[in-house]
Write a protein that binds this ligand. Structure first.
Ligand code: KG4
Ligand code: ZN
Length: 386
């Protein structure tokens, strides 16, 4: 089956085409035929976070070029000499996305239909104005090409991406625990079987990635904050054996699987205010201690859940899982404990938002014929896994 994936839940505009075969288990294989991704990070950098209406406009501008890139790489971009007529319904569909309409009309007029079986699109969670652009784009393509649409949960897609190694599924032994750490979410999700989810813990305020982004902003670093903080923290660790600052590890004393990062964020804010102007050395030290604090909490809560539920596989997913430091510390912690749980991480370049993961999740739902009537699709900013 060939699946076109579309992702616009936050600040990445992504379109990709994958080919996949087989059901869950050893016979599953997939191949990325073409992949387009446009990051808006530089645009949002000046705000220190994502500005929804700006994201919406950028998605409108970037979707068709990303579709072209994905199809071109897959050798599915075929120009036709006689212009194709456009369904008049298209302009009604895209009336809220005029800049997208302007781009999609000439594209559909001039190109042949690609050889695909279904269109998978993120419907949530995420920023609703941003999600709608992707949904309406998927509807427009479904109308033009007469293809079914699969609605995808962005968080399930992160889990599935992390469960892959190369072109196949890693061996998964259940119960499986997913630690989801992204810009909008910090969750521990238990799966007793494939594609079944129970939420066992979550953040009560800021998400881990959000805390990285906000602290980076306080320190005068760029957006997204995670990689910037990680870079300075690594430099600090190379220079000093010991951290010179100490922040309290939040929520460790509480006997649950929840997180909270806003207190830590405020502790950093107070510290920064007290010591301003910050020396370069101080900025490095704060970045390091902040990253250590977040990592300690993520690890402790994960280990506690592994223990409580007899977990056999730990999956870490979401943008923050791109952090080499967090990956290493988690792997060491699981090994140290003599834990049997196997740790799965996403490929480094597919840890942050992308359309490959959306197409993958879409494939498994398409296998079960879980299609959604295009007219019934809606953006669900707070869509949950369980
Ligand atoms: O999953 P993602 O791409 O988008 C959402 O679904 O939210 O996650 C983005 C988040 C941002 O907060 C970013 O700062 C963080 O992931 N991030 C990192 C790293 N790379 C991205 N955090 C820590 N270390 C990294 N290397
Ligand atoms: Zn994400």
């Amino acid at each position: 089956m060939k699946i076109l994936g579309i992702e616009t839940s936050c600040d990445e505009t992504a379109v990709c085409l994958i080919e996949a075969d087989g059901d869950f288990g050893a016979d599953f294989r997939f191949n990325i035929l073409g992949n387009g991704l446009a990051s808006q990070a530089a645009i949002h950098a000046q705000y220190g976070g994502v500005y929804p209406n700006l994201a919406k406009r950028e998605h409108q501008k970037n979707l068709v070029p990303m579709l072209e890139k994905a199809l071109k790489e897959s050798s599915e971009l075929r120009v036709i000499s006689v212009k194709k007529p456009i369904d008049p319904e298209l302009s009604t569909l895209l009336q809220r996305e005029p800049e997208l309409l302007e781009k999609i009309v000439p594209f559909l007029e001039q190109h042949d239909m690609p050889d695909i079986d279904a269109i998978a699109v993120t419907v949530g969670p995420g920023l609703e104005p941003a999600l709608w652009v992707g949904i309406n784009f998927a509807r427009a393509l479904a109308l033009a090409w007469e293809k079914p649409i699969v609605a995808v949960n962005h968080m399930e897609a992160h889990i599935m991406m992390s469960a892959m190694s190369d072109d196949h599924l890693s061996p998964l032994s259940f119960p499986l625990l997913s630690l989801l750490i992204s810009g909008g979410h910090t969750e521990l999700v238990l799966s007793r079987e494939w594609m079944k989810y129970e939420l066992i813990g979550q953040t009560r305020d800021d998400a881990a990635g959000e805390a990285f982004d906000k602290v980076a902003r306080m320190l005068g670093l760029g957006y997204p904050g995670g990689p910037e903080i990680g870079r300075l923290a690594a430099e600090s660790r190379m220079e000093n054996q010991e951290s010179s600052i100490k922040f309290t590890r939040p929520m460790l004393h509480e006997d649950n699987f929840d997180f909270s990062f806003s207190g830590l964020k405020n502790a950093v804010r107070i510290f920064v205010e007290k010591h301003s102007p910050l020396s370069d050395e101080m900025i490095h030290a704060i970045a390091r201690e902040f990253e250590d604090t977040v990592t300690d909490v993520l690890i402790q809560k994960t280990l506690r859940a592994v223990d409580s539920y007899g977990v056999n596989t730990v999956v870490v997913g979401g943008g923050v899982s791109a952090s080499p430091y967090i990956r290493k510390r988690l792997a060491d912690a699981l090994a140290d404990e003599g834990n049997v749980a196997n740790l799965l991480v996403p490929p480094q370049d597919l840890a942050t938002d992308n359309a490959v993961m959306i197409a993958l999740a879409g494939y498994f739902h398409a296998l079960n014929k879980k299609y959604t009537d295009p007219a019934l699709l809606t953006a669900m900013g707070n869509l949950r896994l369980a």
